[in-house]
Design a protein around this ligand. Structure first.
Ligand SMILES: *[C@@H]1O[C@H](CO)[C@@H](O)[C@H](O)[C@H]1NC(C)=O
Ligand SMILES: *[C@@H]1O[C@H](CO)[C@@H](O)[C@H](O)[C@H]1NC(C)=O
Ligand SMILES: *[C@@H]1O[C@H](CO)[C@@H](O)[C@H](O)[C@H]1NC(C)=O
Ligand SMILES: *[C@@H]1O[C@H](CO)[C@@H](O)[C@H](O)[C@H]1NC(C)=O
Ligand SMILES: *[C@@H]1O[C@H](CO)[C@@H](O)[C@H](O)[C@H]1NC(C)=O
Ligand SMILES: *[C@@H]1O[C@H](CO)[C@@H](O)[C@H](O)[C@H]1NC(C)=O
Length: 825
């Protein structure tokens, strides 16, 4: 019909108009959220609404946990364009079927990119905002467009990118992202979308090569569908820790400084418990410290400026954004011909920079550099006389890893001459003094005498308090100055734990050394600190490191311990450690450690859970006797267990399962960690060997990367000898080894009720209590596929355990007392 044909162009024009007109302009938009309104998910776990951070005037539409006291945002819609007016801003479902965020000033600041129109939306219990079309299928969901957080149930495909916030308080896209690799077989952390700096390693079918601990069947179930293909997707879920209970709140997050962190919510402490983080040092994060920034890797302030330099952006630096790096102390325009060179050693940097190579001595290398205004420093090699001039500022300087740092290239950074700026200051001071001085010598003297008087009074007062409070304790109260002198200005660092750095020192008049632990960011006030120190000071046992004294002055919190000359057990557990511990010594260490922990659990007035048993915290005195260290500190710094966990080598392998499931922590958590430590002592190696340099090498044998499941299976099957450190050449007491190995497997049972108490562990090790064959811990499941495992369950079945129980790894309650007496068939 001619009639219709003539109308067709008009119709098309009309259609075109509809599409051209911004969706916001139509009147039939449905307002979903306006101003301070929020939407809760059905069980009120998540909340959707506008928020702003830290009192800023930028507002964002986001999803956060509704029930938590601390706001935790898991998704942000308009992260690129904030709204400024929280009162009249809206989330709307447009007549064209899109979700939009609209600001009364700027109009539409965000909109969904769905091709098919949605007609309604759903806010699911998993924290997913879903736009749905008529037939009920989703056309868009927030899980496909995440910000920095990966929640349980969210599929990660080849198109998913999780990008960090710019800073702790700024949701705009930052530098760091997590994504599947282009070959769809591993996860990568990527800088600015182009430069990968960490990866999980290839998928092996059960786990990623670089993350073997994910096979530990805690509460997580990971699924990788169609790996190595473009249709690959990966997701995880959380199993409820107890029947009928809600699953834990948990999330992965790429933080603003490029680390991938995993958290669970701890209802007991009402805080997020970070129990896994990668890469294991922040210095691996690409460009973390910026141009001319130096990465020291210290847990709280990983970045620093070299001498002669200072942060380019002080405010950002203070809030842990180091990306602007460092600049010359006296400004970039300062007199540069007068420069000197700071020898900074064998440092590396990220990426490539422009260099010019010469074959000259160090001094002429320096001269050439000084003569070229774009030269910021040089590498020089004494042996080859190779000089490499840096014509651009290097980024994220850091200590060479032992593997690459053997070539002997030393770095010299061009810096303003020392004192050039100081000179100016001292000049000013001299002028000031001569002017002021001549006028008010009298006033000054008066002031000084007043101050001195006041100070004396104050000193007397504190000294008196100390005498009253600590007379019984034999704890010495040190001044900061005393400890500064004792440690020669904190010059000899002997370790760095989760609570702070440890320095060697000597006290005047004492023949032995002390170890001074300087606590980072003290959590408690002065009186709480003193109360806790008092508690710790009262705990004395031959297998616990003795606290000698402390210092609590202004913001300084220091603890003074006996110095342990042979260091920590961890330094003897690498295959490359120079000194081999004999079996006899190992057994003594195991027993001593057990006694020390048992004393903490059962011997003192208040039961103390150590929370961080691991070889690093087992120190050795001059006769290689074990002394447990760091007890009581978790409590000392407030109940912030996450900091303790963060230091656990960033792996799940050492942490008892109940810790991660949010169940109450009991002394049995220490028993679990002790069991893991025993395995390391027997094997003479670490349980988890994840070296970023070996990732990528073909590792065929599973025991190479995650020792406990394999070791536990061998022990249960009676092949204890295969687990023992081969460097001992068979020189050990087979009965002791068997006993210790079996105890280890009892300790790492998933069900904490089955684990023996520490006092029982001591008796088992001593041989006072007979040790029976333990049921297989759940983590064995990680490796068993069929045959070898059936062998195990066969044995246990004949002992009267139910097979179904064994298959879930949980033993029947009947086995509870079986380490005390042989279980009868
Ligand atoms: C929400 O905003 C309105 C004004 O727009 C105000 O009256 C109301 O008290 C606010 N509600 C809350 C919970 O802040
Ligand atoms: C956020 O607020 C806290 C306290 O109100 C303040 O100490 C901090 O510096 C603020 N941070 C930023 C980035 O504004
Ligand atoms: C994840 O993928 C599976 C399989 O395709 C699908 O059944 C499920 O609905 C997806 N989940 C989400 C949240 O998209
Ligand atoms: C860098 O390495 C040197 C020697 O290898 C060491 O003395 C120095 O303490 C290291 N610096 C840092 C910050 O780790
Ligand atoms: C510095 O040296 C490089 C390489 O020799 C050269 O290309 C550049 O022009 C020099 N710059 C100046 C300012 O001399
Ligand atoms: C990992 O997988 C990729 C893609 O299949 C392959 O090219 C690479 O060789 C694998 N790496 C290792 C260490 O197996």
């Amino acid at each position: 019909m001619p009639c219709t044909t003539s109308y067709l162009p008009l119709l098309l024009l009309l259609l075109l108009l509809i599409f051209l007109v911004p969706p916001s302009e139509t009147a039939q938009n449905k307002v979903i959220i306006k101003g301070n309104q929020t939407i809760l998910s059905f069980k009120s776990i998540f909340r959707l609404g506008f928020f702003s951070n830290n009192g800023s005037s930028n507002w964002y539409l986001g999803i956060s946990y509704a029930s938590l006291p601390t706001p935790t945002h898991v998704w942000v819609a308009n992260r690129i364009r904030p709204v400024s007016d929280p009162v009249s801003s809206t989330l709307e479902l447009t007549s064209t079927g899109h979700l939009i965020v609209r600001d009364s000033v700027y109009g539409v600041v965000w909109q969904t990119d769905n091709n098919e129109p949605g007609t309604h939306f759903r806010f699911s219990e998993t924290g997913n905002l879903i736009l749905i079309k008529d037939d009920g299928s989703p056309v868009w969901q927030s899980f496909d467009n995440p910000t920095d957080t990966w929640l349980p149930g969210m599929n990660v495909t080849g198109r998913t990118t999780m990008t960090s916030w710019r800073t702790l308080f700024d949701p705009s896209p930052g530098f760091y992202s997590l994504r599947l690799s282009p070959s769809f077989n591993e996860f990568q952390l990527v800088y600015k979308g182009t430069t990968p700096y960490w990866s999980t390693g290839n998928w092996t079918g059960e786990a990623f090569v670089g993350v073997p601990e994910m096979t530990v069947p805690y509460i997580y179930r990971f699924h990788f569908v169609n790996p190595y293909t473009p249709s690959a997707f990966f997701w995880y879920i959380v199993a409820p820790s107890k029947a009928n209970s809600e699953p834990m709140l948990t999330r992965f997050m790429v933080d603003a400084n490029g680390l991938l962190r995993q958290y669970t919510w701890e209802p007991q402490t009402q805080s997020w418990n970070m129990f896994w983080v990668q890469p294991d040092t922040p210095c691996s994060v690409y460009s973390l410290c910026g141009q001319l920034g130096f990465c020291s890797g210290e847990s709280l302030k990983p970045c620093a400026c070299l001498r002669g330099f200072r942060p380019r952006n002080d405010a950002a630096w203070r809030s842990d954004d180091f990306s602007d790096g460092c600049r010359r102390d006296n400004g970039d325009s300062g007199e540069k011909s007068d420069d000197t060179f700071e020898a900074v050693g064998d440092l590396r940097y990220d990426g490539d920079i422009k260099m010019s190579r010469l074959q000259v001595s160090k001094s002429s290398c320096g001269k050439t550099c000084l003569g070229n205004s774009s030269c910021v420093g040089f590498y020089h090699n004494e042996k080859s006389n190779l000089c490499k001039m840096l014509l651009e500022p290097p980024v994220n300087l850091k200590n060479s890893s032992s593997l690459t740092g053997v070539n002997g290239d030393l770095l010299y950074i061009r810096a303003p001459r020392k004192g050039s700026s100081k000179g100016d200051i001292s000049k000013t001071i001299i002028i000031l003094c001569s002017v002021v001085g001549s006028i008010s010598v009298l006033g000054f003297t008066l002031l000084v005498s007043l101050i001195l008087l006041k100070r004396n009074r104050k000193k007397k007062k504190t000294r008196k308090e100390d005498e009253d409070g600590f007379a019984v304790l034999n704890l010495k109260v040190f001044s900061f100055k005393e400890l500064h002198v004792a440690t020669s200005g904190f010059s000899e660092k002997v370790g760095h734990g989760g609570f702070g750095a440890v320095f060697k020192g000597s006290l005047p008049g004492a023949s032995t050394f002390v170890a001074v632990k300087r606590l980072e960011r003290p959590g408690s006030g002065e009186s709480e600190f003193r109360a806790e120190v008092c508690t710790i000071g009262n705990i004395q046992h031959v297998n616990l490191v003795r606290l000698r004294g402390f210092c609590s002055e202004n913001l300084h919190r220091l603890l003074v311990y006996d110095y342990m000359p042979q260091g920590s057990l961890s330094s003897y557990l690498s295959k490359t450690s120079p000194m081999l511990l004999s079996w006899e010594t190992r057994f003594r260490i195991a027993l001593g450690t057990a006694k020390g922990i048992a004393y903490l659990h059962e011997g003192c007035r208040d039961c103390i859970i150590h929370c961080d048993i691991k070889p690093e915290n087992i120190l050795l005195d001059c006769d290689y006797n074990a002394k447990v260290s760091d007890f009581g500190l978790a409590k000392l710094l407030g109940r912030d267990f996450s900091r303790v966990l963060a230091t656990m080598r960033g792996t799940w392998g050492y942490v008892a399962p109940e810790w991660i499931s949010g169940l109450p922590i009991t002394t049995k958590a220490d028993v679990y960690s002790f069991g893991m430590t025993l395995l390391e002592l027997i094997g003479g190696r670490r349980n988890v060997i994840v070296n970023s340099d070996t990732v990528g090498e073909k590792e065929t044998e599973p025991e190479k990367w995650f020792f406990p499941p394999w070791a536990a299976r061998e022990i249960i099957q009676g092949n204890v000898d295969s687990v023992v450190d081969s460097r001992l050449n068979g020189e050990y007491n087979t009965e002791e080894v068997t006993r210790m190995a079996t105890v280890a497997v009892w300790c790492i049972q998933d069900n904490e009720e089955i684990r023996p108490a520490m006092g029982t562990v001591v008796k088992m090790l001593e041989g006072v209590v007979e040790v029976t064959v333990p049921p297989p811990p759940k983590l064995i499941q990680a490796l068993v596929s069929g045959d070898s495992y059936r062998g195990v369950s066969g044995t246990s079945c004949s002992e009267g355990h139910g097979c179904s129980d064994l298959n879930t790894g949980l033993s029947s309650p009947g086995s509870r007392s079986s380490f005390g007496k042989p279980s009868s068939p």
